[in-house]
Write a protein that binds this ligand. Structure first.
Ligand SMILES: *Cc1c(COP(=O)(O)O)cnc(C)c1O
Length: 424
């Protein structure tokens, strides 16, 4: 059974102040993991992780990650604003969007973000979106960085969540990349990056190492054809976490060493000059270190045994959305025999509102705490209000054991905030 950074007594104490359900993040574990990641890539001068804001869009978490100089990977207006408000601007922001509105390109440009294009037509779109773009590109060539997102299509095998690259809506073909970088070069751009994102929740380090190899080779080929130098290669996010008990966390040191070997062969060995390695992971940065804490509200015995919680899929949608597995721990009953098989549900009027199906657990009683693990990324963030369900609070468990509220729970007033009953 998973080891938690709190016990039942601690949860009693926390829930006296913040009633369940709530999300709680373990600050110490997030820091230790961030250190491991940086150490694994310390061989690369300028290595940087841009935290994918969409995974956990909370400014307190982003600020904590800034202790490790993590930038922000943003793909919407709200995410750009969040980044700016925690102090990530300029090259600390990677703007990796798709189907992008003009105003988001304008805001990203204003903030000095690295602009990572998803499509060849977006280069021309920038001339429409940003007034005086042509002159600005020339005048600010020393500070402006442009990047393109490569989609290798059939050259790269798929992965379960993100699917096959050739069926994915993202990125440029190889021919389009060459054409776009040539256009940029001719427009006066001097600073370039190259990006791809072909993995999601991938646990095999060799898949990520192969992705890095693909980008290093491509950077060399584009350099040879167009005479441009790449400052960085961004291998995207998608490093997985072991949701299931039989899975193993990716060995970050193995990953770092593998990418180092590829770098030495394909970058240093080809005389390409120093290229910084960037990544934009979300899940592996916070995922394992966040927990959804709920209580058993009702136990129901019909054709199956149901444990109904005070949380529902609006607090954590992954099980309902992808049939994702999340470990469940019942604090205080860690040593109890696992004797019963439950569907662990929420109260939403959707039958797929289940955190677990036919899960073997200790005997559950009303009022038991139920902790759903690995909810720290793409958890609270995916919350929604369907069926009048409200998003819960987010709490940070600090290293000294104290707890900080980093987002309050929603109230009915929040739910009604967009309605004007006075003109009814
Ligand atoms: C979602 C996303 C990420 C983060 O993915 P993880 O699986 O959380 O690591 C990174 N980059 C882009 C462009 C994304 O859309």
């Amino acid at each position: 059974m998973r080891k938690l950074p709190f016990d039942r007594a601690k949860l009693e104490e926390i829930s006296a102040k913040w009633p369940t359900p709530f999300h709680v993040y373990d600050a110490r574990a997030i820091r230790e993991n961030a250190k491991r990641l940086k150490k694994a890539f310390s061989w690369n001068k300028g290595f940087r992780e841009y935290f994918a804001v969409k995974a956990t869009p909370n400014p307190y978490i982003m600020k904590l990650l800034r202790e490790f100089d993590f930038g922000s990977d943003c793909s919407s207006m709200a995410e750009l604003e969040l980044a700016q408000r925690v102090g990530n601007v300029g090259e600390s922001v990677m703007f990796t969007s798709n189907d992008t509105p003009a105003e988001e390109f304008r805001r990203a440009w204003e903030l000095g973000a690295i602009i990572n294009l998803d499509d060849i037509t977006h280069w021309d779109f920038l001339y429409e979106a940003i007034s005086g773009f042509a002159a600005k590109v020339r005048d600010e060539a020393d500070t402006r960085v442009f990047c393109c997102r490569y989609n290798p299509g059939p050259l790269k095998g798929g992965n379960a969540i993100i699917g096959k690259p050739e069926e994915a809506k993202y990125g440029f073909t190889r021919e389009q990349l060459l054409e776009c970088y040539a256009k940029m070069r001719d427009a006066g751009v001097k600073r370039f990056g190259l990006h791809t994102m072909v993995a999601s929740n991938e646990l095999d380090p060799n898949y990520i190492i192969d992705t890095a190899k693909m980008l290093f080779s491509l950077a060399g080929e584009i350099h040879d054809e167009l005479g441009i130098d790449f400052e960085f290669v961004n291998i995207g996010g998608g490093i997985g976490i072991p949701y299931r008990p039989e899975q193993k966390a990716m060995d970050l040191q193995f990953l770092g060493d593998g990418i180092r070997a590829a770098y030495e062969e394909l970058v240093t060995g080809k005389g390409l000059g120093a290229i910084r390695l960037y990544m934009e992971c979300g899940r592996c940065i916070t995922g394992p270190y966040g927990y959804l804490v709920a209580k058993v509200r009702h136990v129901k015995n019909t054709y199956r045994l149901y444990a109904g919680l005070d949380a529902c899929m609006s607090n954590l949608m992954r099980p309902a959305l992808y049939g994702a597995y999340h470990e469940i721990v019942v604090p205080g009953k860690e040593d109890s025999p696992v004797t019963s098989v439950y569907d662990v549900t929420g109260s939403l009027c959707e039958n797929n509102d289940k955190f677990a199906v036919q899960r073997v657990l200790p005997l559950l009683e009303r009022g038991d705490f139920v902790v759903i693990c690995d909810a720290g990324a793409h958890g609270h963030a995916m919350g929604f209000q369907y069926n009048g369900k409200l998003r819960s609070a987010e709490l940070l468990l600090e290293e000294d054991g104290s707890v900080t509220e980093i987002r309050r729970a929603e109230t009915l007033d929040d739910y009604f905030a967009t309605l004007d009953f006075s003109s009814l």
